[in-house]
Design a protein around this ligand. Structure first.
Ligand code: NAI
Length: 349
């Protein structure tokens, strides 16, 4: 993690180390804020070079969840679980049941859901041991299930807003370069295709990229070239840090708007984007559709609640763009300040 990102972040309120040698479970649950409700955020299952890096990522992601939940108007705090993907064979169900025990021991301070590397099936195992989990199979008419379609919809609506506010046009007049065609990126590509945007796509899984290109008539480029494609919008939908020292100079777009968490490798990269006249749509604002669905499921709400809240994402984005234009400050700074104001109970203008 770059030094200036570290400095920007408050340390997590609580960092719970979890270990179960019997199942190979090893990781942390980071709680960043419970000011607005139980700390809620997905469980990431990934391979990290060290426990220190794993814990740092959990803290950073939990902090992002606090901001995301606050800006989305949810009655939830911010938290995240990060689990080390074992390098030995392991029993996946047993590992996630043990994780469920760890979540349960926190007595509702943290509510789990899916994230990169985990699925609805994993959360069903967690549910066997605790009720503090969402992202389970949905009942008819009720919120629940895979959050990815809602994340993709929120990003799509944000892109539509960004095109109107920044470029003064509709998505049908734009070319969008998408990095990463997984659960969210692929759905986003389909929504953009329906809106008649031109698409350029890349994924490090070549077969997946080819499949999407064939399905949607998109141009295909190598993963290392996608950030430098001449387009209107760049949509990072893979892992974090897509906007970094190197890619900031490569970008040939007017807007960055995508699903990935922690797109800015450092705050300076956000400043540099703004300096270059590239409008950044803050990641935790535009990708809140998934957590909105998780929250509604946890609170026993219907899909109608989810639709209404996801429709609020572009309105909040418009507010951020307006404030940024009025004050001459970068969008990532304005969004952070709005989120901090909500967290501290201040009235938001
Ligand atoms: P996923 O794991 O289904 O898809 C990620 C895709 O990115 C994969 O197809 C992978 O091959 C590709 N990829 C990885 N590195 C790449 C690279 N350097 N260049 C090109 N492609 C690359 O993940 P998912 O669920 O689609 O999430 C994507 C991003 O959105 C992640 O950062 C995630 O944290 C974030 N996000 C996802 C939410 C959800 O509802 N699934 C909610 C909010 C954020």
């Amino acid at each position: 993690m770059p030094a200036d990102v570290k400095m920007r972040l408050a340390p997590p309120k609580d960092l719970h180390v979890i270990e179960d040698p019997r199942t190979g479970l090893q990781g942390v649950i980071a709680i960043s804020s419970t000011a607005l409700g139980p700390a809620t955020g997905g469980c990431r299952f990934w391979r990290y070079p060290s426990q220190t890096e794993l814990a740092a990522d959990a803290a950073r992601l939990a902090h992002g969840m606090s901001y995301k939940n606050a800006l989305a108007g949810l009655p939830l705090g911010g938290g995240k679980a990060v689990l080390q993907l074992p390098d030995q064979p392991f029993d996946r169900k047993a590992l996630f049941r043990a994780f469920g025990d760890a979540v349960d021991r926190l007595g509702g301070a943290y509510v789990a859901a899916e994230d990169v590397g985990t699925s609805v099936a994993d959360m069903q195992c967690v549910r066997e041991r605790t009720s503090y989990v969402a992202g389970l199979t949905a009942r008819p008419g009720m919120a629940g299930g895979d959050p990815s379609p809602w994340t993709a919809l929120g990003v799509f609506l944000s892109m539509q807003q960004a095109a109107r506010s920044v470029l003064g046009c509709e998505l049908s007049d734009t070319t969008v370069a998408i990095q990463g065609l997984g659960s969210v990126g692929r759905r986003l590509a389909r929504l953009l295709y329906s809106a008649r945007a031109r698409l350029v796509v890349a994924d490090s899984a070549c077969a997946r990229a080819q499949e999407v290109a064939d399905e949607l008539g998109a141009s295909l480029v190598a993963p290392e070239d996608i950030a430098g494609v001449a387009a209107d919008i760049f949509a990072p939908c893979a892992l974090g840090g897509a906007i970094n020292e190197r890619s900031v100079d490569q970008l040939k777009v007017r807007i960055v708007c995508g699903a990935a968490n922690n797109q800015l490798a450092s705050a300076k990269d956000g400043d540099d984007l703004a300096q270059r006249g590239i409008a950044y749509m803050p990641d935790y604002l535009v990708n809140a559709g998934g957590i909105i669905n998780v929250s509604a499921e946890y609170l026993g709400e219907s899909t109608e609640h989810v639709e209404n809240r996801v429709a609020g994402i572009p309105r909040r984005l418009e507010e951020v763009l307006r404030l940024a234009a009025k004050t001459g400050r970068p969008t990532h700074v304005v969004a952070d300040e709005l989120a901090e104001a909500i967290l501290s109970g201040a009235k938001v203008a």
